[in-house]
Design a protein around this ligand. Sequence first.
Ligand code: CP
Ligand code: NVA
Length: 299
Amino acid sequence: MNLISSDQLSKDQINRIMDIADSLKSNKEEIAIKEHSILALFFEEPSTRTRVSLEVAMAQLGGHAIYLDAQETQAKRGETIEDISKVVSGYCDFIAARMRKHKDLVRFADNSTVPVINALTELEHPTQALADVYTIKEYKNGLKGVKIAFVGDITTNTANSLMLTASKLGADISLVGPKDLAPNMVYFNRAREYGKVKVFSDISEGVEDADVIYTDTFVSMGKEGEAEERERIFAPYQVNNAMLEYAKPEAVVMHCLPAHRGREITADVIDGPKSIVFRQAKNKLLINKAILLYISQRE
Ligand code: CP
Ligand code: NVA
């Protein structure tokens, strides 16, 4: 089983992964992966959380992880994704790949003899969305009827994966961003088949009565060339105390990280009492363990 897109997972599968995470958290059962399993991480872009949490997850489950900076492999000298995938999958039990282009991840998966996990592409970040819904469930006792306002760059990989995953669990999603910016319509239309997803440009309408305010960087990886323009158009959508006034008093603030204080979110909000971002980041370890176990149980 590969995990390439958030759309692959049914509501039952998402809940099963969250149940495994709960079992791990409460130490209810001794859960280990096949002894000496190897996860290769093939990363074309940098990472703090996804890389470390996957490496630690493998070590704690009794396996090992090998980090491959794509630029330090023969990919730098033009070796094809197909050849790399065929070779690396011959040595390992799983591969997690962070690719600049989603279509390259699909090529990687198509040529692999072992499960491939999407560790972020420009279109999706499925493991992040699973950690996100798990975190929301911890704070809001479930996702049903929970209103999530995703604010800022509503076209990001995290927005796409979160709207698919959270809508399947019954959350209502408001995508709140600049008037002329449409979400990725493939993901938007898909998510609307599962639940209530709406687009707003007006902050007071979009954030009204939100239970969760979620944001991401204004300049995602690969968009550095548009940084100046992006900072300008997204500036009004900064998550700050004035924005929080529109949300429910008990609303929580989330960010996939890395964050840019003073840009998409103010320092007092991300470091303040409503922020659950470091819990969210910590949950990536638990959920990545659960994902690895879930996939290995299906092999
Ligand atoms: N949230 C997340 O994926 O962070 P990294 O880019 O540090 O892995
Ligand atoms: N949207 C961000 C997410 C980082 C985890 C990016 O792609 O850079």
